[in-house]
Design a protein around this ligand. Structure first.
Ligand SMILES: [Zn+2]
Length: 220
């Protein structure tokens, strides 16, 4: 079982259950390389949610999720999920870049929308003492319950700050920062990082040229 949304971009997934949140963010369409939005229509969404929840449940040795009824997934469910994803993206941008909604391509409304959602998961006890979780509810709740649980587990474990979106506004791909001091800002330094470095050095050259022209004008 794999995390299909994240692996299609060639990225390492976040550890443990946080991979579910990571994969949810990467269902979005990005330019690196160009891929479709996996929550754009029912066929794509059904396939991704089924696979993601099965992969998520397998961590407790419960690979079969009989209760998950994806046939009832509606267009409205997809709209709620896309909006929740936008809200999550905005919260990460606001945390890491301090720029709030606009940097996430939204206006902050998605973040407020996310804050209004209420979800649940079902917990049970295994004979081995391991607690397992199941999705609860239908439609968008099936996915966002587990997503909320995994966000909280990551926050408790102190690794939430390592799940980030790329600083490149055109990219905004989600990545898990494994650097020692959690200082990474690009999903891939070879692509987005290089583009930014090139732009910065071009800007420095432009400024240097302008200053040189200014000096010439003054000495004349
Ligand atoms: Zn990027």
């Amino acid at each position: 079982m794999t995390w299909t949304a994240t692996s299609r971009y060639g990225l390492d997934v976040a550890p443990d259950g946080l991979a579910l949140v990571h994969d949810f963010l990467n269902t979005a369409s990005a330019d690196w390389p160009r891929k479709p939005d996996l929550l754009a229509d029912r066929a794509l969404a059904t396939e991704w949610i089924g696979s993601a929840l099965a992969t998520w449940a397998s961590q407790w040795g419960a690979p079969v999720l009989d209760e998950v009824d994806l046939d009832t997934l509606s267009e409205r469910d997809l709209a709620v999920l896309r909006r929740a994803r936008a809200g999550l993206l905005e919260s990460l941008c606001s945390r890491d870049f301090g720029t709030g909604g606009s940097a996430g391509g939204g206006d902050g409304d998605a973040l407020a929308g996310l804050a209004n959602l209420e979800v649940a998961v079902e917990a049970g006890f295994g004979l081995d003492g391991i607690v397992h979780f199941k999705p609860k509810g239908r439609g968008w709740r099936m996915l966002l319950g587990p997503v909320a649980l995994e966000m909280r587990r990551a926050q408790d474990a102190g690794v939430w700050a390592r799940l980030k979106t790329c600083k490149n506004e055109r990219c905004r791909g989600a990545f898990y920062d494994r650097s020692r001091n959690n200082s990474g800002v690009w999903h891939d330094v070879r692509t987005c990082g290089n583009v930014a470095n090139l732009r910065a050095s071009r800007e420095r050259r432009r400024q240097a040229a302008e200053q040189a022209v200014g000096r010439q004008a003054r000495t004349r």
